[in-house]
Design a protein around this ligand. Structure first.
Ligand code: ATP
Ligand code: MG
Length: 357
């Protein structure tokens, strides 16, 4: 059985849409699937037309019970289709962290609940909340794999290294490998930023990325509002084509995973790339970009930095080990990094900053 968390602490990047539609497409391809909603927002349930607020028992009851009488996952699952069940959640799950604050083994509650499942599922897909708290940690510990949806917008890579570090921690804590794969979501071929961010992410994640790209498709949004997966809502929609392609890629991995030696090569993780946060103080600037040898001095939209309230500008860049030169473009003026004394002369009579990873 493969247990796959769909995780990214960034809100609105397509976790739930991917969890619902990947599950439905895997089921459509004949796999037996359980979707576990680990988000107190209960969006997976809502997206499949389940009124989780009215349910007597939900996922929360399988993780904690004040009387010590925990429900089993089979008691809370609801059948969506022949091969597709869901274990729904509602707002009660938000109190879990508080309930379990001192409980022993509080990080392995979901794993225990999954170990107790007596159905023969091929896949368990877990929809994680947009945070890196106890609920996500429980999901990761219970998982054999993680799919990280990244939407094609500026700053979408922000914080990914934190998630990767937590997955490393899970590996250390449990001693089991957790494979990571990224999927690009909400790709809009009409925009330059989509193309640039996709290229950037493909460069960084390489083999740890699905070939399938999930395009922006309004039918996916509509399907949710009708409480249906794209499989049940519209099989002619581009969203169906995309999630079916993703499901096929996931299924194709079954053969490779079956043959995989016990100790696998480490998947993309923080060890391979380092997240470097560049910060520049320019409260009066209206636009700050960063460019350097790591992006061929490209000052297109993807090089834009994010303005903070205190007047500083920041951007995270993923860098492989090596030495890089860079500068900031403050409105129309190139300047070196005021926080980095390591500089070299450049051919234009100015200075480039130098960073060694
Ligand atoms: N490929 C897509 N095309 C169009 N709309 C999409 C697509 N993917 C997701 N959406 C829409 O974007 C919004 C956010 O998506 P979704 O709920 O899946 O994100 P999420 O990561 O689960 O959010 P949260 O962090 O709040 O749990 C939703 O309204 C959803 O319908
Ligand atoms: Mg969600």
């Amino acid at each position: 059985m493969r247990i796959i968390s769909i995780a990214n602490q960034k809100g609105g990047c397509g976790k739930t849409t991917s969890a619902i539609n990947l599950s439905a497409c895997l089921a459509h391809k004949g796999r037996k699937v359980l979707l576990i909603d680990m988000d107190p927002q209960g969006h997976s349930a809502i997206g499949l037309n389940i009124h989780a607020s009215e349910l007597e028992k939900t996922v929360c009851d399988t993780l904690y019970d004040s009387s010590g009488d925990r429900a089993v996952l089979n008691d809370v699952t609801i059948k969506i289709d022949d091969n597709f069940d869901i274990a729904p959640s509602n707002i009660s799950l938000s109190a879990l962290e508080q309930h379990l604050s001192r409980a022993e083994g509080r990080e392995t509650k979901l794993k225990e609940a999954i170990d107790g499942v007596n159905q023969n599922y091929d896949y368990i897909i877990i929809d994680c909340p947009p945070s890196l708290g106890l609920l996500t940690f429980n999901s990761l510990i219970a998982s054999t794999e993680v799919i990280v949806p990244i939407e094609m917008s500026l700053f979408s890579l922000h914080g990914i290294s934190k998630l990767l570090k937590i997955i490393d921690l899970v590996r250390e804590k449990t001693g089991h490998e957790v494979r990571i794969k990224v999927v690009a979501t909400m790709f809009d071929k009409r925009t330059r930023i989509s193309k640039e961010v996709l290229e950037d992410i493909q460069k960084h994640f390489q083999d740890s990325m699905f070939i399938t790209v999930i395009n922006t498709n309004v039918t996916l949004k509509e399907a949710v509002s009708f409480g249906k997966s794209i499989v049940d809502y519209d099989r002619n929609a581009p969203g169906f084509r995309d999630y079916m392609a993703l499901a096929k890629e996931v299924i194709a991995e079954e053969k490779i995973l079956g043959k995989r030696p016990a100790k696998r090569k480490k998947a993309f993780a923080s060890a391979a790339m380092v997240e470097k946060q560049f910060i520049f103080d320019a409260p009066k600037a209206s636009c700050v970009k960063i460019a350097g040898t790591f992006n061929n001095w490209n000052t297109s939209e993807a090089s834009l930095m994010e303005r903070k309230r205190d007047g500083t500008w920041s951007k995270c860049v993923y860098l492989a080990p090596g030495t890089y030169q860079y500068r900031f473009l403050i409105d129309d003026e190139w300047v070196a990094d005021q926080n980095n004394a390591n500089q070299v002369n450049n051919p234009f009579g100015g200075k480039n900053s130098v960073i060694k990873i």
